[in-house]
Design a protein around this ligand. Structure first.
Ligand SMILES: [Zn+2]
Length: 121
């Protein structure tokens, strides 16, 4: 009798969880645009419309940069924090606040100016 009980316990413990993977042939993952909300959704919609840089986060190259021809930095706001890599092999960035309407000179001698940025599509 005791052997019979032990055998039945071992049978129940052997049962494992069976997992069956189901794969739909025509639909693997949902479109990320359907799940996105807020800024992420705006970014995905702008990228779908052809704007690869909707928040204008790219790095701008300095131009000649004298006072009459400053490097123009677009901004959606009245002030923007701008970093200047003063020398090509510099290990730090020189940060400064730019305000609309004012030109500002970096320590390296280059001039910068804020301009109105185009609103996101
Ligand atoms: Zn600089």
């Amino acid at each position: 009798m005791a052997a019979l009980i032990i055998r039945s316990l071992s049978q129940t413990t052997r049962r494992g969880v069976q997992v069956t993977s189901v794969r739909f042939a025509n639909k693997m993952m949902a479109d990320p645009l359907e799940h996105a909300t807020g800024l992420e959704k705006q970014e995905l919609m702008a990228k779908a419309a052809g704007n690869d840089n909707p928040f204008d986060m790219r790095v701008y190259k300095r131009i000649s940069g004298d006072q009459t021809n400053p490097t123009v930095v677009p901004s959606f706001y009245e002030k923007r924090l701008v970093g200047c890599i003063c020398e090509e092999d510099a290990t730090c960035i020189n940060w400064m606040w730019l305000e609309k309407g004012d030109k500002k000179r970096c320590e390296c001698g280059y001039w910068f100016q804020l301009a109105d940025a185009k609103p996101m599509v």
